[in-house]
Design a protein around this ligand. Structure first.
Ligand code: MN
Ligand code: MN
Length: 470
C-alpha cells in the first residue's frame, strides 16, 4: 500500500496529470507472465513450421481446422458462430467467424502478412563455376545484403514439372538435412571489398547460393558438378533443369526459433516480421466463439514487395470475399466494408540502445512496453500513409484500456530518418477505419529478428479484445 500522506502536492498532481509508462514485466502478474511464456511456445512452433508464405498458410489452415474451421462454400448459408476459411492461391488466407449481428453492422478485421524478406531463386538458377555448383538468387523485400552471407540457409517452395504436376521442396530444416549458404570473402583478402559502402558490401549478383562441389564421374561430360546436382534433383524431385523455370523456390535462414536471453524473455528467429502478428491475429480469431460482430483475420502475401499482385492486399481478393458474404445476407459489399473496422497488424521498430540516433525516444516503441499502436506510417511528410483519425485512435485506446491490454505508441524512426508502410492504406482506401497495431522488433528484416514474449502476448490480447467489440 502506498502512503499518499507522505506525497507532496506536486507528486500527487503529476500522478494525476502526467503519463508514467511502465515495463510490462513490472505491470503483469506472475500468472499472466507465465501465460505469455507458454503462448510463445506455440508461436515458436508456428515460426519453425511456416518459414514461407505458403508454409505459414498451410500451418494456419491446419490450426484452423483443428479449431473447427471449414473451407468456405459460396453455396452454403452461414449463421452466427460458423467458422470458415478461404485460401487464396496457397499463399494467403481469410479466416472468418460469423457474428450474431448482421454484416451491415460491420466486420472486425485483423490483417497481418505472412511473407518475409528472403532470397528467391531466379528462373535459371543453376550453374557451375570454379567446379562448384551454385544457385542465382534475387532477393525479396528490403534486406541489408551483407547480413545474408555465411548463414546456413534452407530451401522451400514448389516446382511445377513440364506435365503440370507439382512437387514441394523443404530441405535444410531437419537435423539430418544438408543446408546451403551464400559465401563471403575472407577478411584477409577483403581489402577492396571493405572500402565499399555497407549498402554495396555485398551486391545483388553476389548473393549466390552454394549447393554442391562433387563432380559426376564421367570422362567426357563437362560441367560435371552441375550435372551431379541435377542428377540428385532428378532422383529426389523427378525434375529436369528446365522445370526450374516454373518453380518458386525461396532460400531462408535454416536455424530455428529460440528463446533469447538468460531470462528467456525474448524470441529470436527468422521471419518474425510479420509472423508475430500473423500468429497472434490467427490465435485470436481461432478463439472467437459466437462473437457479436463477424470477426475476420486475413493473412496476406506480398507486403514486403508493396502489396501488389493477386495474393497481396492491394488486389481485390479480400473485397470480393466480403462482397460474397454481404450478398448472402442481402447487403452490398460497400455497406459492410464502410461499417467495418480494421487493425492492420504489423511490426514496428523498437528502440535499439546500440543505435539510438534513428529513433525519437519520446515517440518510439520499446521492447516490453506492450503492443504498439501506430497512428500513421509513411516517410518524409507522411507520404504513403493511412493516418488514423483521432476518433478512431480514441476508440482503440478505450478498447485496449478496458481490456487490460498493455500498449504503447510508436513511429518508425525519426522524421526524415527513413520510414515505411504497411497494408493499412490499402484497407483504408476501401473506406474502412484502420490503424496499425503490432509488436516491436529489434533487427527487423535481418535473418534473426528479436521480439519480446510479453509484447507478443499483448498483441494476442489486443486482437482478442478487438474481436469482442459489441
Ligand atoms: Mn511487416
Ligand atoms: Mn517488413
Amino acid at each position: 500500500m502506498e502512503n499518499t500522506i507522505s506525497k507532496t502536492a506536486g507528486e500527487l498532481l503529476a500522478e494525476q496529470l502526467l503519463e508514467n509508462p511502465k515495463n510490462a514485466g513490472e505491470l503483469m502478474s506472475d500468472e499472466e507472465i507465465a501465460a505469455a511464456d507458454s503462448f510463445c511456445e506455440g508461436y515458436k512452433q508456428f515460426l519453425n513450421k511456416g518459414k514461407t508464405e505458403r508454409e505459414a498458410c498451410t500451418e494456419a489452415v491446419r490450426l484452423a481446422e483443428e479449431a473447427g474451421f471449414v473451407p468456405y462454400d459460396p453455396q452454403r448459408e452461414y449463421s452466427a458462430g460458423d467458422k470458415l476459411y478461404k485460401v487464396n492461391r496457397d499463399k494467403s488466407l481469410i479466416l472468418t467467424v460469423i457474428g450474431q449481428k448482421p454484416l451491415s453492422e460491420g466486420i472486425l478485421l485483423a490483417a497481418a502478412h505472412i511473407d518475409s524478406p528472403r532470397l528467391d531463386l531466379k528462373q535459371h538458377p543453376l550453374y557451375e563455376d570454379g567446379e562448384l555448383a551454385l544457385f542465382k538468387t534475387h532477393y525479396y523485400g528490403g534486406i541489408k545484403k551483407y547480413q545474408w552471407t555465411a548463414v546456413p540457409m534452407s530451401l522451400h517452395g514448389v516446382i511445377v514439372r513440364a506435365d503440370g504436376s507439382k512437387v514441394s521442396v523443404n530441405i535444410g530444416e531437419d537435423e539430418g538435412d544438408p543446408v546451403f549458404c551464400v559465401t563471403d570473402l575472407l577478411i584477409h583478402l577483403a581489402g577492396e571489398q571493405m572500402k565499399r559502402t555497407l549498402a554495396n558490401g555485398i551486391k545483388g549478383e553476389e548473393l549466390n547460393l552454394l549447393i554442391g562441389s562433387r563432380p559426376f564421374k564421367d570422362d567426357k561430360a563437362s560441367k560435371k558438378v552441375k550435372l551431379n546436382i541435377m542428377s540428385i534433383l532428378n532422383k529426389k524431385y523427378g525434375i529436369t533443369e528446365h522445370d526450374l523455370v516454373s518453380a518458386e523456390l525461396e532460400a531462408v535462414p535454416a536455424f530455428k526459433a529460440r528463446d533469447l536471453g538468460f531470462d528467456r524473455s525474448m524470441v529470436g528467429s527468422y521471419g518474425q516480421d510479420d509472423r508475430v502478428c500473423a500468429y497472434t491475429a490467427l490465435m485470436a480469431v481461432l478463439g472467437c466463439d459466437r462473437p457479436s460482430r463477424t470477426c475476420m483475420t486475413v493473412l496476406t502475401d506480398k507486403e514486403e514487395t508493396g502489396s501488389d499482385g493477386n495474393t497481396g492486399l492491394n488486389s481485390s481478393y479480400l473485397k470480393y470475399f466480403i462482397e460474397d458474404l454481404a450478398q448472402a445476407q442481402g447487403f452490398t459489399g460497400r455497406q459492410v466494408i464502410s461499417a467495418s473496422m480494421c487493425l492492420s497488424a504489423d511490426v514496428n521498430a523498437a528502440v535499439d540502445p546500440t543505435f539510438p540516433d534513428v529513433t525519437e525516444k519520446r515517440n518510439a516503441s520499446k521492447l516490453n512496453y506492450g503492443v504498439v499502436v501506430t497512428k500513421f506510417t509513411g516517410s518524409r511528410g507522411k507520404s504513403g500513409t493511412s493516418d488514423a483519425s483521432a476518433e478512431f485512435v480514441g476508440r482503440i485506446r478505450r478498447m485496449m484500456d478496458n481490456g487490460g491490454v498493455i500498449w504503447q505508441t510508436g513511429e518508425l524512426g525519426k522524421v526524415d530518418a527513413g520510414g515505411g508502410g504497411t497494408v493499412a492504406l490499402y484497407i483504408a482506401n476501401l473506406d474502412m477505419d484502420v490503424i496499425d497495431v503490432g509488436v516491436p522488433v529489434l533487427s527487423m528484416h535481418a535473418p534473426f529478428e528479436v521480439t519480446s514474449k510479453l509484447d507478443t502476448y499483448m498483441a494476442y490480447k489486443a486482437f482478442s479484445v478487438f474481436f469482442e467489440t459489441e
